[in-house]
Design a protein around this ligand. Structure first.
Ligand SMILES: Nc1ncnc2c1ncn2[C@@H]1O[C@H](COP(=O)(O)OP(=O)(O)OP(=O)(O)O)[C@@H](O)[C@H]1O
Length: 724
């Protein structure tokens, strides 16, 4: 690879936590937090924001007796590993004074004073305890990442700090502090100078033809020609990472003995089971170079001891949701300069390091975005909007909610429509009992809606099994299609014709019957950890329903393991995925999705073969989990449904709905045209089986205009207050 060594980060070396830049400013940070409701702390990567701030606040008495400090992380792997590190630094057992809580795993107790948790977990806690009474300080860490959940927390915690004595600390590695400060009513910004060890940056002198090839060549080059030190290489996804692991292993094997030091190659991506992920933190023989291929889950907060070299191809795989078609587009896009800094910052944490950027300095300065586009502006918002609705905030209009960077109105309108169609909100935009029940489940909205329906149809256990298997992501080792031949021993041909969900159910049932044997996993190429995780999730889901029934009965389903059981499961899924129905084209295996902006698509080829009947035709009606476009639009995880189950829904989906009313907008006389649009409705409560009354459709322009008016009024009010 052509490269030039660029600007050295010339910073002093440090070795103890007392020497970390954040620790050197401990007193100043503590007093800033003591005297302000919100404090923004800006510091370089590795300056100690994640590991030190909570300890400083605890030591200085800012964290009131009997309460705790919560530190959020955008990712599970970071929350777990950082909590372990802090417990180690404080010399306490993890799960006691220092703990962590992530989805499906809680290692905290009554005594916990420092709790690391994912931002999603803190949102769930807010549902149960709207004032977060357990905490006296909340630290929103890695704010520059602009994860969806952190952005929602900004809005909610902003309200909370003015309602009760709660301290909020926002930490970020960017200099974008102005924005955070202004949003939090001119909160003070505390900048911590300096970082831990120097990191030398080398840029490519010309753009590579293939970033993947260039990454492999650089890995081999560094491995063969430079001194000791582990490597961290950023790639875009699981498939690419596994390919890279194989390529480097093969290369090393092909080298003559003695010419190439030993290596240990490890993957790191989100759907890798947690125990496999944690291998990167295990101690290893320093004579063996460790090479870690990771997605951007390794980009923030993580300290992987031993990393000296970071290789950054400058790209990331990002899902971009299109509200018009309901389609997720998976794209490889350039990272932002903030991300580039974060990646380089994975080196220089425990010793000096070097970062090889496989893109030119010009590309970084001219072509790559300066900051990361907030997730809230490019993702499906169904879960988010349902969440806000179930919080029951007084006078909430989701269109004008105080987001740091508001999402496009089309994304909010799409979420409102979907929630209305599944019966989670009523025509006035209030959360229904179905919506509230959905919110209480730690599942994505379609699956939680399916679970609520399953309760009605008495098939909770089977639906929980499928929801758990789908929540794990990685049930199969390798590709799904590699495993399907042997899976025919577990599921019948008829099961396969019904789709993915029936097969997943059969796999789990057979495993359960085997007494949860590990041998079973090997035989059917299933992931040990994935299956155990699914079992755990299923247990937790059933626990929620058992608590709700206030009974000890464990036998949830009367028809499990019968055809009737499968029918009920499919009906539940149909209720959950009612906004994701597709109809096969006549005499053709292509599908058209239902709804306002219907799309032509196909069942993913890895699945289609199993679904085809003896004439080679796929089911006429299906519901799908996801519409994703890679090379073409594909449907993933499909389930055959019967047309009579959806006749009402088909009618419903073709109707226009009144978005302004669903958003919860309280209209003032100045909003005459919107009032008119909203008045087209009769009062009506939606349940899943009852079609709502049609209203005149309010256009996105009208919604935007109403929003503009609202913001102008708010501005006027603020100006008036400031003038007083
Ligand atoms: N597991 C660990 N093993 C060894 N050293 C660690 C570990 N975790 C943290 N450190 C040390 O503490 C320093 C500060 O880490 P911390 O995660 O608090 O920084 P940060 O400012 O939050 O960085 P970032 O924003 O990049 O996550 C690291 O640079 C490293 O020197």
């Amino acid at each position: 690879m052509a490269r030039a060594v660029g600007d050295d980060d010339d910073h002093p070396s440090t070795s103890s936590t007392d020497d970390l830049p954040v620790s050197r400013y401990a007193n100043d940070i503590a007093s800033a937090v003591k005297t302000n409701a919100v404090t923004v702390v800006i510091g370089e990567t590795g300056s100690g924001k994640t590991t030190q701030i909570a300890q400083i606040l605890l030591r200085s008495g800012v964290v009131a007796d009997g309460s705790a400090v919560a530190v959020t992380q955008p990712r599970r792997v970071a929350a777990v590993s950082v909590a372990k590190r802090v417990a180690e630094e404080m010399g306490v057992e993890i799960g006691k004074e220092v703990g962590y809580s992530v989805r499906f795993e809680d290692r905290t107790c009554r005594l916990t004073r420092i709790k690391y948790l994912t931002d999603g977990t803190l949102l769930r806690e807010l549902l149960e305890d709207p004032t977060l009474s357990r905490y006296s300080v909340v630290v929103l860490d890695e704010a520059h990442e602009r994860s969806l959940h952190t952005d929602i927390l900004f809005g909610l915690l902003k309200k909370l700090v003015s309602a009760r004595e709660l301290k909020l600390v926002i930490t970020s590695a960017t200099l974008d502090s102005e924005k955070f400060s202004t949003y939090f009513d001119d909160a003070p910004v505390f900048t911590v100078p300096g970082r831990t060890f120097p990191v030398q940056i080398a840029h490519a002198t010309e753009a590579p033809k293939s970033y993947f090839q260039s990454a492999i060549e650089t890995v081999v080059d560094v491995h063969v020609n430079t001194g000791p030190g582990d490597m961290l290489v950023f790639l875009t996804g699981q498939e690419e990472i596994e390919k890279a692991c194989r390529a480097v292993e093969a290369h090393v094997r092909s080298m003559p003995e003695g010419e190439c030091p030993d290596v240990q190659v490890l993957p790191l991506y989100a759907s890798l089971p947690p125990d496999m992920q944690s291998r990167v933190f295990h101690p290893h023989d320093p004579n063996v170079r460790r090479i870690i291929f990771a997605t951007n889950i390794a980009e923030t907060s993580l300290t992987v001891p031993g990393i000296v070299f970071v290789i950054d191809p400058g790209v990331v795989k990002q899902v971009e949701y299109d509200a018009m078609t309901g389609m997720n587009a998976l794209k490889v896009v350039p990272i932002s300069s903030v991300q580039a800094k974060q990646r380089a910052g994975r080196a220089g944490r425990t010793q000096a390091g070097r970062c090889y950027r496989l893109y030119t300095k010009d590309a970084l300065e001219l072509d790559m975005p300066a900051i990361t586009r907030p997730e809230i502006q490019r993702t499906c918002l169904v879960g988010t909007i349902l969440y806000l609705k179930t919080l029951n905030l007084k006078g909430l209009d989701v269109m004008t909610f105080d987001f740091l960077d508001p999402p496009d109105t089309a994304l909010i309108a799409d979420a409102l429509r979907q929630l209305y169609f599944v019966g989670a909100i009523d025509p006035d935009g209030k959360a229904t009992s179905i919506g509230r029940e959905m919110s209480s489940l730690p599942l994505e909205p379609c699956l939680s809606r399916a679970m609520v329906e399953a309760k009605r149809l008495d098939c909770v256990a089977d639906t929980a099994t499928v929801a758990a298997m789908l929540s794990v992501e990685r049930v199969f080792l390798g590709q799904h299609r590699d495993a399907t031949e042997s899976l025919h021993e577990l599921a019948t041909h008829e099961d396969f014709l019904l789709g993915d969900h029936a097969v997943l159910l059969r796999i789990y049932q057979a495993w359960e019957s085997s007494g949860y044997q590990r041998k079973f996993h090997q035989r059917y190429s299933l992931s040990d950890r994935g299956m155990e995780f699914a079992r755990e999730i299923r247990k937790q889901l059933l626990g929620v329903f058992k608590d709700k029934r206030k009974s000890d009965r464990n036998d949830f389903d009367c028809f499990s393991r019968t055809d009737e059981g499968l029918n009920r499961l499919r009906q539940s899924l149909c209720a959950g995925f009612v906004t994701k129905i597709a109809h096969r084209l006549p005499n053709h295996n292509g599908y058209r999705t239902l709804g306002e902006n219907s799309t032509l698509c196909q069942v993913h080829p890895s699945m289609a073969r199993q679904l085809a009947d003896k004439d080679g035709l796929l089911p006429e009606w299906i519901v799908y989990h996801e519409l994703i476009t890679t090379s073409r639009p594909f449907l993933r995880h499909v389930c055959k449904i019967e047309p009579e189950w959806i006749s009402k829904q088909r009618e419903l989906l073709s109707k226009k709905v009144n978005i302004h009313r669903l958003s919860g907008g309280v209209l003032s006389p100045g909003d005459a045209e919107s009032t008119d649009a909203a008045s087209g409705h009769e009062a009506d409560t939606v349940d899943a089986n009852k079609a709502p009354v049609e209203g005149r459709r309010i256009t996105d322009e009208q919604v935007s205009a109403a929003r503009e008016r609202f913001l102008a009024r708010k501005k006027q009010k603020l100006a008036k207050l400031a003038g007083k």
